[in-house]
Design a protein around this ligand. Structure first.
Ligand SMILES: [Zn+2]
Length: 435
């Protein structure tokens, strides 16, 4: 019958609904069809198979709304440098010689990390993205994925025209896929001309696809775009017609009040990557102002080489703490607002509208937090535990579309040992390039 009851000490259905003590969900064919207390559910479905987490929190899977997962092969390669030194002396030389199989194995390494961090959906832009797609399908979690597009030739697809063709063919091939959707991914406004952006917008419009782009990340970018075009990045994009409901604007550290208004009116989504912005010395995005303007907010880790992990729990905690610190006001942002961004806000931004909360008719994409972990006691407030205390290692189980991807901390879909071996080999090849 493909039916089951998942019961737990706590159910946190979404950011703004109260947690259910001794609760659960009824799942049929991968979809949540009922939610309530243990007692109600057992009375209603007495003969259905039960899985019980006596000391667990059942919560929606987390959404990592911006990353470059293959960059896990570059994690820790070079640190504490200026962005330009880091990029030109380390990252770009390796990426120029990037191999397809490195992208595949780096993706699998990151997918394991994300599964263990309770992530059921993520958004990625990189080179050789077809390898990311292949790895994601194998892992069993969901992705909005797209090939990074630049004006200059790419080591993956060659000239830009080929990249646009590749994006369109992926869009055609992945319509109605259970796990994968495709986005159009111009890298930035300093690596893509207005004409390139216009070509991307045509594709986005034709397929109703999301446009995933880095915008207003740091002061250097603002200076460059202002010198070139006489305006700020989001203003420029709006003028080209790119600020609309399909826009997924990543970073926005230097967004202006005028640009906040543009994004709010257009119902665009804003992706906040606080740890990457801090590590690269870019600054802190004005998140309370974004929330106040009613812009859909999501949260991402960015690539594992500039974070240096894919832990959405630590990202939620950082997102809260930095705002409270810089505004000198602990009420300026709440755990609920940040949990919303890491779940429903992310799903909405990525166009996966049937996931992101535990609710009737939604896909059974969920995580179980193991309260046997001593740092998670006592459990007065499960939401506060999720946002301020839990870490990636606290997730014991993960389910996507009603299917277990991880059980008792063991990832069921990919071979962890084989991935470890491959990454060791890739590390040696990368070191040869930069030595
Ligand atoms: Zn990025």
């Amino acid at each position: 019958m493909d039916e089951k009851l998942i019961l737990a000490k706590w159910v946190v259905p979404s950011a703004y609904e109260p947690p259910i003590k001794e609760g659960g969900v009824f799942i049929k064919k991968g979809v949540i069809l009922d939610i309530g207390t243990k007692e109600q559910l057992i009375n209603k479905y007495p003969n259905v198979e039960r899985e019980v987490f006596e000391n667990g929190i059942l919560m929606p899977g987390l959404v990592n709304a911006h990353t470059h997962i293959p960059m896990s092969i570059l994690r820790g390669l070079a640190e504490d440098l200026s962005l330009m030194t880091w990029l030109t002396q380390y990252i770009f030389p390796v990426e120029a010689k990037l191999k397809k199989e490195w992208v595949y194995w780096g993706s699998l390494l990151s997918l394991i990390e994300m599964i263990k961090s309770g992530i059921t959906l993520f958004c990625d832009m990189y080179l050789f993205e077809e390898e990311v797609i292949k790895a994601t399908e194998e892992s069993g979690i969901k992705g909005l994925l797209g090939e990074g597009l630049f004006d200059f030739p790419s080591p993956s697809y060659g000239p830009l025209v080929k990249g646009l063709e590749l994006t369109e063919s992926l869009l055609r091939n992945f319509q109605n896929h259970p796990l994968i959707k495709i986005a159009v991914c111009p890298h930035t406004l300093y690596t893509c001309s207005p004409d390139t952006i216009k070509s991307c917008l045509k594709i986005s419009e034709r397929y109703g696809a999301k446009l995933h782009i880095h915008l207003s990340e740091n002061q250097e970018e603002i200076k460059l775009i202002r010198e070139r075009y006489g305006k700020n990045p989001i203003e420029l994009l709006a003028e080209i017609g790119g600020v609309n409901e399909n826009l997924i604007a990543v970073h926005g550290v230097k967004i202006t009040p005028k640009e906040i208004e543009l994004m709010s009116k257009a119902k665009s989504s804003f992706i906040h990557c606080p740890e990457s912005n801090l590590k690269l010395g870019s600054g802190v995005a004005p998140i309370p102002e974004i929330i106040k303007a009613g812009i859909n907010l999501a949260l991402g880790t960015d690539g594992p080489a500039s974070n240096n992990d894919l832990d959405m729990f630590s990202e939620m905690r950082t997102a809260c703490l930095i705002q409270k610190g810089i505004k000198e006001d602990p009420t300026v942002i709440t755990a609920k607002e940040v949990f919303y961004a890491a779940t429903e806000g992310g799903s909405k931004a990525l166009g996966f509208l049937d996931t992101g909360k535990l609710s009737l008719g939604y896909k059974a994409d969920l995580a179980v937090i193991d309260l046997n972990n001593h740092s998670l006691q006592p459990d007065y407030n499960p939401l506060a535990l999720i946002v301020y205390t839990a870490k990636a290692g606290c997730v014991s189980h993960l389910m996507v579309n009603g299917k277990w991807i991880m059980k008792n901390y063991q990832v069921l879909t990919v071979d962890e040992e084989k991935i470890r071996e491959k990454i060791e080999k890739i590390k040696k090849e990368v070191l040869k390039i930069i030595s």
